[in-house]
Design a protein around this ligand. Structure first.
Ligand code: BGC
Length: 733
């Protein structure tokens, strides 16, 4: 750094797209070739092959007076060449070894393409099914999301690519579930729900963090010094690289924080080290470093010396990142030789298939209709029966959709399958156009709906069972894909209504990128999400009993699309819901009564297997503990009462009925997956310590305290967040 000029230091902070992928946001692509020859780029993201990475690296080194190389980044959110289930789906496996294994596979594939840095894990807790990026999120619960953050970070970094925790922070809590919108929330919620996955990722040594587009409590995150420099680097001890999101620095102007110079200063001071796409650092920092700034309108002041010190700070972080990634020692490492094969290998496919089966959640199985009999006559209906690219889900920037399997292909060979379209995915052609923005996946059948339904009913008459492939296109979810009404699109609901009286059992397989409010009419429902390249095979494995259903919801499925946001830990109110509607108590006038006090149709943590699993009464080694070092051991015996193997996820929740502030009704405190052979009983035990009892009091982000109050606590054990058995314990000071 001593030898670097100011311009060279500023160049290191510039993060440009390769121009081989999508351009979104306020900036469009930058003039990459020219910047490389000027030595004014620190990193390029979105490179699609080793060959182009090598070309860019050679140009960067040749163009830089000191030969400082680039590093390469890419979005590897749920797989790279081999696409795995969406994060919200994979989190439903509750299997952190599996999460780590898929991350490690994706990391190795990315590394083989010359990539050093991946923009994952996405760890935004989200409780709003309207928000399209819930697809990329590990769901609604901070503990599950934290375990996911650690497993992903370990898997990716173990494979030799640097992880990037994103989006910092509360991006999953936008106003009205509308992507990019701001989050207004209690600081306690921020510290209890949205920050813990980041703390967990930092503890797992994640090398970088990406800042979120939104404001948190009125301050845009790209200018949030208290949370980036204060909490992340200060309280949390993060010492890696912080990158902006796509044109996030530029967007501070649209947020109303001032002109380019003032907003650039604020972002740099807040701790945003690299500026993605917008090139505002490149444009504004030279003058700021000469003249400083005194802008009363934006409330921004800095001397030239302060600006130079901030540039040095950011540049040192970029170079340290490069050093840790090994780029300074060996800039062309992994970039020689032919391009890595873009085709998923058989071993990658096997892993993807196992992951898809583990992510699918069996919600309902009356009869039981499932598992399907091999060789059965099946009427396969619905707009997603032949969907291919839609199976991949929202992030598949390096994959070829042709490699994805359709449900029809996955079922053929195991059964006699006859197909009928049954219904269009959506009614509206303008909506179909929007869903086809990244390539055509939604084709509307021009036939009248009555004809399509009549054909589906004909197929049903000839069949033993109907399987309806329903849900969302991949572009229904993901970035900039907020939905007003997170439910099954109307033509598909009408198809289900028509099938209700067809006289044959109906199995709905839901391929979706978000939690949807679903009609309860099918006899069986498998929530298969967008399961990736082998998603349909994984779903079919569960349908035919070649894999045991073991997924548990990582998000609550709403009973009605208007019931948002929602999650299992809803706070107590002064007029608690009695579990249905009662005048003058918390609830919904126009929602029919159901079993879940939070109102969700299927609760967080829920999922069925094919074997019934019975829970014994919960027990504890003592009813009273004392002091910070004490622990209570609780356990429950779980038995497989069926004749098939089962995988049960035993969940421990905790409530603190008396506190200084209103607390969540219950919080997930721990969980354990156990395999149970037919007839087997196993004891599942948990250690409860004071760390689980602590909660946050936070009048401001600078004055956070973690406290616990001696007294009564309730421990709940069970198979999901609703069907719990409770134990009361006392914890003395
Ligand atoms: C997204 C990020 C992503 C970046 C680069 C942005 O629009 O919010 O998640 O990493 O683009 O592709």
């Amino acid at each position: 750094m001593r030898e670097m000029t100011l311009a060279e230091k500023i160049g290191q902070l510039n993060l440009l797209p390769a121009g081989e992928g999508l351009a979104t946001g306020a900036g469009g692509g930058g003039p990459l070739g020219r910047r490389l020859s000027e030595g004014a780029v620190g990193c390029v993201f979105g490179v699609k092959s080793r060959t182009s990475a090598r070309r860019m690296q050679e140009a960067a080194i040749a163009g830089h007076r000191l030969g400082v190389p680039l590093f390469f980044a890419e979005d590897v959110i749920h797989g790279h060449r081999t696409v795995f289930p969406l994060p919200v789906a994979l989190a439903c496996s509750w299997d952190m070894d599996l999460v780590e294994t898929t991350a490690s596979w994706a990391g190795a594939e990315a590394r083989a393409d010359g990539i050093h840095h991946v923009y994952a894990p996405m760890i935004d807790v989200s409780r709003d099914p309207r928000w399209g990026r819930v697809a990329e999120s590990p769901g609604e619960d901070p503990l599950l999301a934290s375990r996911y953050a650690q497993a992903m970070t370990k898997g990716l970094q173990g494979a030799g690519v640097a992880a990037c925790l994103k989006h910092f922070v509360a991006y999953g809590a936008p106003q009205s579930g509308r992507d990019y919108d701001n989050a207004t929330l209690a600081w306690e919620d921020l510290f209890e729900s949205y920050l813990p996955p980041f703390a967990a990722g930092v503890a797992a040594k994640a090398a970088s963090v990406m800042v979120a587009f939104n404001a948190v409590n009125k301050l845009p995150m790209h200018a949030h010094e208290a949370l980036i420099e204060g909490w992340l680097r200060g309280a949390c001890g993060f010492d890696g690289l912080v990158v902006s999101d796509y044109t996030g620095v530029r967007e501070l102007q649209a947020h109303g924080l001032g002109g380019r110079a003032a907003t650039v200063l604020r972002a740099l001071r807040a701790g945003v080290d690299m500026d993605m796409v917008g090139e505002d650092y490149l444009a504004a920092l030279p003058a700021l470093a000469e003249d400083g700034i005194d802008c009363a309108e934006s409330g921004v002041r800095a001397t030239a010396g302060e600006v130079r010190a901030l540039i040095d700070r950011a540049c040192r972080r970029v170079l340290t990142f490069k050093d840790r990634a090994g780029v300074l020692d060996d800039p062309l490492r992994g970039l020689d030789g032919p391009d890595a094969s873009p085709v998923p290998t058989p071993a990658g496919r096997r892993l993807a298939r196992r992951a898809a089966a583990a992510s699918a959640v069996l919600l309902k199985n009356d009869g039981p209709v499932l598992p399907l009999r091999k060789g059965a006559r099946i009427a396969l209906v619905g707009p997603l029966a032949r969907a291919r690219a839609d199976m991949l889900g929202t992030w598949a920037v390096a994959a070829d959709p042709a490699h994805a399997v359709t449900l029809e292909e996955a079922m053929t060979g195991r059964a006699q399958v006859r197909l009928a379209h049954g219904a269009n995915l959506v009614d509206e052609s303008w909506l179909a156009d929007r869903l086809n923005v990244h390539g055509r996946t939604v084709d509307l059948d021009p036939r009248p709906e009555t004809a399509m339904i009549a054909e589906a009913l004909d197929r049903a008459r000839e069949a033993d069972v109907v399987v309806a492939a329903l849900g969302e296109a991949k572009e229904h979810a993901g970035e900039s894909a907020s939905r007003l009404s997170p439910d099954l699109p109307l033509p598909q609901s009408r198809l289900l209504t028509a099938l209700r009286d067809c006289g044959k059992p109906v199995v709905a397989v839901i391929f979706a990128g978000r939690p949807l409010a679903l009609p309860d009419t099918p006899d069986a429902i498998l929530y298969a999400w967008h399961g990736g390249v082998e998603g349909a095979n994984g779903a079919a494995d569960v349908l035919f009993g070649d894999a045991e259903p073991a997924g548990r919801l990582s998000v609550t499925l709403p009973a009605h699309p208007g019931q948002t946001p929602l999650w299992h830990g809803a706070e107590a109110t002064g007029r608690p819901s009695p579990g249905g509607f009662r005048k003058f108590l918390t609830g919904w006038l126009d929602l029919p009564d159901g079993p879940d006090p939070t109102g969700g149709a299927w609760p967080f943590g829920f999922g069925l297997g094919y074997a019934p699993v019975r829970y014994g009464p919960p027990a504890a080694d003592k009813a009273q503990a004392q002091g910070e070092a004490d622990t209570i051991r609780v356990w429950v015996d779980v038995s497989n009462a069926g004749d098939r193997p089962a995988v049960e996820t035993v969940q421990l929740y905790l409530s603190d009925p008396v506190a200084r502030i209103t607390r969540p009704g219950r919080q997930l405190a721990d969980f354990r997956r156990v395999a149970l052979a037919p007839g087997e009983t196993r004891r599942v035990a948990f250690e409860v310590g004071v760390a689980m009892l602590r909660y946050v009091i936070a009048p401001s982000p600078e004055t956070v305290r973690r406290v616990w109050d001696p007294g009564e606590f309730i421990l709940h054990l069970g198979p999901n967040s609703r069907d719990l058995q409770s134990l009361q314990v006392r914890w003395l000071a």
